[in-house]
Each structure stands twice: as structure tokens, then as C-alpha cells.
Design a protein around this ligand. Structure first.
Ligand code: ADP
Length: 213
């Protein structure tokens, strides 16, 4: 620990470039929650030595209008207004005009996966992520972005190495249990997207000097 402090005082630029403390957004997808894998997945990041900065269970809102018992006429009136408002609702940023709108309230998920909006599996992906609660997590640490991606494993669980989360716990790309940011910039962006101000904690872990010299 002492050497670490000295290095930071005398070689701040060198130390910063070798040991970049990063933030990443990890999300346990609805299949991970439903299958009771929350503790197992969370513990892998904890045991590795990363620091939890945010944690919450979150259900992306589903479609409205499920419990409506109305007469034919009032249904028409209702549909007129709902469709009217649906067309007024701002299209989630980045969603092309040709992509059919996913359920109302799923804008956060669309924004999160905006780079994939042109893929044929995009509507199914939105349905999957909004199909049940997800666990949103912010993790911090030296090199945490790339390291978390290694802990998670390949997108297709059948190609993921044994020992990785997807390699050990999943079998199909469409049910691959966990998300991890793919760059430090996206880590910050996704944490900002899924967490509100005040939901994140900056804290000092007592184990830090035993993890980073
Ligand atoms: P990763 O999650 O490993 O970063 P991508 O960014 O390529 O992978 O894809 C995001 C998510 O989209 C994947 O984790 C998976 O849930 C889903 N996905 C990707 N490719 C497919 C596919 N071919 N079929 C169904 N879902 C897919």
C-alpha cells in the first residue's frame, strides 16, 4: 500500500495509464433472475475483486391497456386516443422509421440496444429483456470492462469457455443470462441510462490495498 501511494505521488501519469479505474454496467437478464442465478452471477464479480457501485431489481414497463372492460363504442374511442398518443410518443432515439415500435415504456431498453436495431432479432430481444425483472449493477475497478467481458464469456453460450458465466450457465444466444458493457465509454453511458442520480454509491472497500498494490 505504501509503495502504491508513493507511485501515485511521483508518477501519476504512468500509474493512471497502467491502472485505469473503470466503470461497467452489468445486467442480469430476465432468464438469469427467473432461474435463480442472481447470487451466483453477482458473486463472480465480487470474488474477482470488483466494487459494486449500484444494484437494483428493475422491471421495464410493459404495454398498457391490459385490464380494460369496455363496450364496443368505448373501445373504439379508447383505441382512437391510444393510437393517437402512440403516434405522438417520441420514437426512442436511434430507432429507424422502418422498425416497428416496441411496447410503450421500453424506450430505455431500445436506447440500450440501439446499435442492434437493424438486426432481425431486435424485436425478440426487446421482448426478452422486458419479459421480467432484470438486475441492474454498476461495477468499478481496474480494467473492469474487459475483465467483466471475459468473466461473462462469448455471446453464444455454446461458444463460451467453461468457467465463464455463459459457458457454465447458459446454452442459447437468445437466453444468455447477462449483459456487460463493451467499452469504458459505454460503461459510463449505460450506467447513466439505467440508474438515476442518487442510486449509485461512491465508497471505499477495506480490501482495496489487498487487491491493487
Ligand atoms: P453481447 O451481449 O455479448 O455484447 P451483442 O452486443 O452482439 O452481444 O448482442 C447483444 C445481445 O443481443 C446478446 O447478448 C443477445 O441477448 C442478443 N443477441 C445477439 N445476437 C443474437 C441472435 N443472433 N439471436 C438472438 N439474440 C441475439
Amino acid at each position: 500500500p505504501k509503495r502504491h501511494i508513493k507511485a501515485r505521488i511521483f508518477l501519476p501519469h504512468l500509474v493512471a495509464s497502467m491502472e485505469e479505474v473503470e466503470q461497467t454496467y452489468i445486467m442480469i437478464k430476465p432468464d438469469g433472475v427467473q432461474r435463480g442465478l442472481v447470487g451466483e452471477i453477482l458473486s463472480r464479480f465480487e470474488k474477482k475483486g470488483f466494487k459494486l457501485t449500484g444494484l437494483k431489481l428493475f422491471q421495464c414497463p410493459k404495454e398498457l391497456a391490459e385490464d380494460l372492460h369496455c363496450s364496443l363504442v368505448s373501445c373504439y374511442v379508447f383505441l382512437f386516443f391510444v393510437l393517437g398518443f402512440a403516434t405522438l410518443e417520441p420514437r426512442p432515439e436511434g430507432l429507424s422509421e422502418t422498425t416497428s415500435l416496441p411496447p410503450r415504456g421500453s424506450g430505455k431498453v431500445c436506447e440500450h440496444y440501439k446499435d442492434l436495431q437493424s438486426k432481425p432479432f431486435f424485436p425478440k430481444l426487446i421482448d426478452y429483456i422486458t419479459s421480467g425483472p432484470v438486475v441492474c449493477m454498476g461495477w468499478e475497478g481496474v480494467g473492469v470492462v474487459a475483465s467483466a467481458r471475459k468473466l461473462i464469456g462469448a455471446t453464444n453460450p455454446l461458444n463460451a469457455e467453461p468457467g465463464t458465466i455463459r459457458g457454465d450457465l447458459a446454452v442459447q444466444t437468445g437466453r444468455n443470462v447477462v449483459h456487460g458493457s463493451d467499452s469504458p465509454d459505454n460503461g459510463k453511458r449505460e450506467i447513466g441510462l439505467w440508474f438515476k442520480e442518487g442510486e449509485l454509491c461512491a465508497w471505499t472497500a477495506v480490501q482495496e490495498p489487498w487487491l491493487v498494490e
